[in-house]
Design a protein around this ligand. Structure first.
Ligand SMILES: *Cc1c(COP(=O)(O)O)cnc(C)c1O
Length: 373
């Protein structure tokens, strides 16, 4: 039965600052006529972001995928990179665009992030880097991964697209590894319509990244190598500057939604969800639940369809696994036998709607469909 009159509930809805405040910034852009190429808002935004996130250097991008592709160029990564199949396709696509062979490694059942022991077992003489993802904003086993990277002299590049604002014991998760990449896409916790960034620990690397995102130009007549056009424009940067004022509020509202779900779903047989980790400042980017069909009485896909019939549109992030797409499934590491945990989680997961504007009656409606037998 479809509730035709009620408006649909989607998995996410972008949080936006007051339009009047953005109008003021638009007037400034119209006044100074600088639209891109390291303009005043771009500069202010990078400074404000570094301060908010608690990182040393950050370079903003037109989107997160270009940031991932450029990060690999910045560190001259070649050969093989060990990565996770349980992510958004852009993680592996960034390797493909750089002519790097992805090597898929399995995830852990408790946090859905790369299993460090499996990573170590997947290293070959061609391996140059590890590219883990802080899936759903939950921190990877950062110390163990760093230890492996150090032991084998590998670079460690985090796809931190989900991890805006996440901290461990007051320290940003973005301060681990060689580089971390953010996405500011409309569906993420912090958005600039589209956008992204690379976080790096030193000025020299930041300079190289800045050259690479602007065709390789170091100055008017010096091109260091074939860079790309991945610059963030002034509209995005001005909007991002405004968003920074509100992002703590956004995260607090997301936490309320997550707390309500946990409270409402905790006694349902066959449904599992992740809890907060002590010492971690979470951002509540997603609310994944795992369905054990034999206990719950319905499969994940049956629940997904049932929710759709009630005008509730969840997403099965991350099903199918990246390793199952035609470009990758022929790789030896993509074989399901190599990735049993990833396969299992991808078959059970469903992400429930979570965003700052989701109200209690909407959450109740979602929970009632899940409780229906
Ligand atoms: C969103 C996302 C990206 C890509 O970011 P865009 O800004 O959309 O290009 C990369 N990796 C992960 C894990 C993502 O979720």
């Amino acid at each position: 039965m479809k509730d035709k009159k009620e408006k649909p509930i989607f998995v996410t809805q972008p949080a936006m600052p007051p339009l009047e405040e953005f109008n003021e910034l638009l007037k400034q852009i119209w006044g100074n006529k600088i639209l891109t190429n390291n303009g005043p808002f771009h500069e202010q935004f990078e400074k404000a972001l570094a301060e908010y996130l608690g990182v040393k250097y950050i370079s903003v991008f037109a989107n997160g995928t270009l940031a991932l592709m450029t990060a690999l160029q910045a560190l001259r990564i070649t050969g093989e990179v060990i990565t996770t199949p349980f992510s958004f396709v852009a993680t592996t696509h960034s390797l493909w665009w750089n002519n790097i062979k992805p090597v898929f490694s399995d995830i852990e059942p408790d946090c859905f992030n790369l299993d460090p022991d499996k990573v170590e077992a997947a290293i070959t003489p061609q391996t140059t880097a590890i590219m883990p993802v802080h899936v759903y904003g939950n921190p990877c086993k950062i110390e163990r991964l760093q230890q492996i990277a150090d032991t084998y002299s590998l670079k460690l590049i985090y796809d931190a697209a989900h991890a805006f604002g996440v901290k461990i014991n007051e320290n940003s998760i973005l301060n681990y590894g060689d580089l971390s990449i953010l996405s500011f896409h409309a569906t993420k916790v912090f958005n600039t319509f589209e956008g992204g960034a690379i976080v790096c620990p030193d000025e020299k690397t930041k300079k190289r990244i800045d050259y690479l995102k602007n065709f390789g130009f170091a100055d008017e007549i010096t091109v260091i190598e074939p860079g790309i056009n991945a610059k963030m424009n002034e509209l995005q940067a001005a909007y991002g500057l405004l968003q920074l004022k509100y992002v703590d509020e956004y995260i607090a509202k997301r936490k309320e939604v997550a707390d309500t779900y946990r409270n409402q779903l905790k006694d349902i047989q066959g449904i599992r969800f992740l809890d907060d980790i002590p010492g971690v400042r979470h951002n509540y980017a997603y609310f994944p639940i795992l369905i054990d069909a034999s206990q719950y009485g319905k499969s994940r896909d049956e629940l997904y369809e049932e929710l759709k019939r009630h005008n509730i549109f969840c997403r099965r992030y991350f099903y199918p696994l990246i390793s199952q797409f035609p470009s990758y499934r022929g790789l030896p590491s993509a074989h399901p036998e190599n990735l049993p945990v990833s396969e299992k989680v991808a078959g059970q997961v469903i992400c429930l709607p979570i965003y700052p504007g989701l109200n209690m009656s909407e959450i109740e409606k979602i929970v009632n469909v899940i409780k229906m037998k």
